[in-house]
Design a protein around this ligand. Structure first.
Ligand code: ADP
Ligand code: ZN
Ligand code: MG
Length: 494
C-alpha cells in the first residue's frame, strides 16, 4: 500500500537529516588561506587553489582530518584504515572549480550513532556516515531572494573552509526529535573543540521527510528499506538552526498530510525553507547521485589514518561529564545538566568547586550566573575575560564578607550591567559586612551548629561555653575578640 492510498490518520512521519558543520581550523581544508573571516572584506581570503585557478593543487589540512576523526570517535563510528576523496561535479557560481572535493564511497566516519532524549524517552539516532569536504563560497542575492534578486554577488572567502557532512539514518519520527538531535550534536562538537556555534552559517541542515503507512512500521519502530524507498520524500534545504529545523519540518508534515487528504501525490522534490515567511517552497525536482558524475580526486593521495587515529584523544563528553558531576559533586539531575550545558560552563564550575563548597559553586553557576546571563540574553562566552571577577564574587560570599542575597541581587547584576568589578561595587554600595556583624553571624552559626554544647551551657555547664567561643574564633579566622565573643554568647543564651 502506498502512503497516498492510506488515510491521513494512519501515516507516520519519517525524517532523515544531512547536516553540514564547519570545522574550526586555522586554515582552509586544501590550501593555506586563513579561515578567520571576522570583519574581512569579501574575496580577500583566497588563493589559486580555493579559486580553482588552472594548475593549482590541493594539499590536505592535517588539523581538519584530526577534527573529523575526533567526531568519528565521539559518535562511535567506524573509521576505516584507508579513505579517499572524490570530485562531485556540478556547475554553480559558488564553486569556481565546477566540482567539490568530497568523499563518496569511503567516508572517514561510518555507522555511528547519537542518543537523544525527548520527553523523557531515550532514542538512538543512527549516523550512516560523516565525511569531510570543502565549503563552497557564499552568494549574496542583491535586493531580493534567490528567485527575485536582480543580481548576485559572490564571496569566495568561505570557499575551502572544512565541512563535515553528517548523514543520519531516517530514524526521526517527529520534527521535535530533530531539534533535540541538533542540540545534542552541537553540544558534542563544542565539547570536542572543533566547532563554533556562534559563527554565522556554521551549521546548515537539509531535511528529508516522507509519510509512511503506520502499519508498515515494525513493533520495534523499524521500517524496511522497501518501504523507505517507496515513500515519496521531499528534501528541505536552507535550514540554519535547531528551531528552524523543527518549524520547517512541522510545516512540511502538515503540507504533506493535506496533500494526502486531498488525494494528491507527494512530489519527490527539493524545497526551500523560507524562514521569514515560515513556509517551504518548491525549488526543483530532486537530483540524484548519478547526476553528479562522481569520480576519484586524482590530485589527492589515498588517506591512511590507520595508526594515527589511535593517537587522537577526545575529551570527556557531556553525557559522561554529567554523570560524573552527579556522583563526584552530589548534584541533582537538573543542576548537573545545566552545569554541563557547554564545556565552558562545566570548566568554570569545576574550577570553582575545587576551591569552594561544591553546592555553593553549583548554586552560583547554575542558578545565579546562568540565570542573570540568560536574562540579559548573554552567554558565558560573552564574559569569558571576566570569569575571574565572578570567581572573586563567589569568594566574597564564601568568606561571608557579603551576603549571598546582596551578591546576587546587587553585585552580580551591577557587574553585568555596568562592567564594574565586584570589590568596587561592594565598596560603592557599602555592602561589606562590618566586623561586628561578621562576629554576630558567626555566633549565630556556632549556636545553630552545636545544639549539644548549647544545651550543656543552658544546663549550667560553664565549660561548654569555651567550646562555643573556640568555634566562633575558628569561623572568624581568629580575628574576633574572645572576650567579646564570650559576652555575646552569654547574652544570646541567657
Ligand atoms: P539520496 O542521496 O538519494 O538523497 P540517501 O539514501 O543518501 O538518499 O539519504 C539521504 C537522506 O535521506 C538521509 O538522511 C536518509 O536518512 C534520508 N531518507 C532516506 N529515506 C527516507 C525517507 N523515506 N523519508 C525520509 N528521509 C529519508
Ligand atoms: Zn586558498
Ligand atoms: Mg545521499
Amino acid at each position: 500500500m502506498t502512503a497516498q492510498a492510506t488515510t491521513e490518520r494512519d501515516l507516520a512521519v519519517v525524517i532523515g537529516l544531512e547536516v553540514h558543520v564547519q570545522l574550526e581550523t586555522r586554515s582552509k581544508v586544501f590550501c593555506g588561506c586563513s579561515t578567520d573571516l571576522d570583519e574581512t572584506e569579501p574575496n580577500t581570503h583566497t588563493c589559486p587553489t580555493c579559486l580553482g585557478l588552472p594548475g593549482a593543487l590541493p594539499v590536505l589540512n592535517e588539523a581538519a582530518v584530526e577534527s573529523a576523526v575526533k567526531l568519528g570517535k565521539a559518535i562511535d563510528a567506524t573509521i576505516p584504515e584507508e579513505t579517499r576523496f572524490h570530485r562531485k561535479n556540478y556547475y554553480y557560481p559558488d564553486l569556481p572549480k565546477n566540482f567539490q572535493i568530497t568523499q563518496y564511497d569511503a567516508p572517514l566516519c561510518q555507522d555511528g550513532s547519537i542518543e537523544i532524549g525527548v520527553e523523557g524517552k531515550r532514542r538512538e539516532i543512527g549516523i550512516e556516515r560523516a565525511h569531510l569536504e570543502e565549503d563552497p563560497g557564499s552568494l549574496q542575492h542583491e535586493g531580493g531572494n534567490i528567485a527575485t534578486a536582480d543580481s548576485t554577488l559572490i564571496n569566495y572567502n568561505r570557499a575551502g573552509i572544512p565541512l563535515m557532512e553528517i548523514v543520519t539514518e531516517p530514524d526521526f519520527r517527529s520534527p521535535k526529535e530533530t531539534r533535540a538531535f541538533l542540540a545534542k550534536l552541537e553540544e558534542v562538537l563544542e565539547y570536542l573543540g572543533i566547532f563554533d556555534s556562534t559563527r554565522d552559517g556554521s551549521l546548515r541542515v537539509d531535511a528529508n521527510i516522507s509519510l509512511v503507512p503506520g502499519e508498515d512500521i515494525g513493533e520495534d519502530g523499524s521500517i524496511s528499506t522497501e518501504v523507505l524507498v517507496a515513500a515519496n520524500r521531499t528534501e528541505v534545504k536552507n535550514i540554519s538552526s535547531h528551531k528552524g529545523a523543527e518549524k520547517a519540518l512541522a510545516y512540511e508534515v502538515t503540507r504533506q498530510k493535506n496533500a494526502v487528504r486531498r488525494g494528491r501525490e507527494i512530489e519527490q522534490e527539493t524545497r526551500h525553507w523560507d524562514e521569514s515567511k515560515g513556509i517551504t517552497l518548491s525549488m526543483r525536482s530532486k537530483e540524484e547521485e548519478k547526476d553528479y558524475r562522481y569520480f576519484p580526486e586524482a590530485d589527492l593521495p589515498v588517506l591512511r589514518v590507520s595508526d594515527w587515529k589511535d593517537e587522537i584523544a577526545i575529551p570527556e563528553l557531556p553525557g559522561a561529564r554529567r554523570e560524573r558531576f552527579r556522583t563526584q559533586y552530589g548534584l541533582g539531575e537538573e543542576a548537573a545538566s545545566k552545569l554541563t550545558s557547554t564545556k565552558q560552563v562545566a570548566d568554570f564550575y569545576e574550577d570553582l568547586a575545587s576551591d569552594f563548597d561544591a553546592d555553593l559553586a553549583a548554586t552560583w553557576v547554575a542558578d545565579d550566573l546562568l540565570g542573570e546571563l540568560n536574562y540579559r540574553d548573554m552567554l558565558i562566552g560573552d564574559i569569558e575575560g571576566r570569569l575571574n571577577e565572578v570567581r572573586r564574587l563567589v569568594e566574597l560570599v564564601a568568606s561571608e564578607a557579603i551576603t549571598a542575597k546582596n551578591a546576587r541581587e546587587v553585585v552580580l547584576r551591577e557587574m553585568l550591567d555596568s562592567g564594574a568589578d565586584p570589590d568596587t561595587v561592594v565598596e560603592d554600595k557599602g555592602l561589606g559586612k562590618t566586623d561586628d556583624e561578621a562576629v554576630v553571624v558567626a555566633v549565630e552559626d556556632a549556636i545553630e551548629e552545636n545544639p549539644d554544647a548549647v544545651s550543656d551551657v543552658e544546663g549550667g555547664d560553664d565549660g561548654a561555653i569555651n567550646f562555643l567561643v573556640g568555634q566562633v574564633m575558628g569561623k572568624t579566622g581568629g580575628s574576633a575578640d574572645p572576650g567579646q565573643v564570650n559576652q555575646l554568647l552569654r547574652e544570646r543564651l541567657g
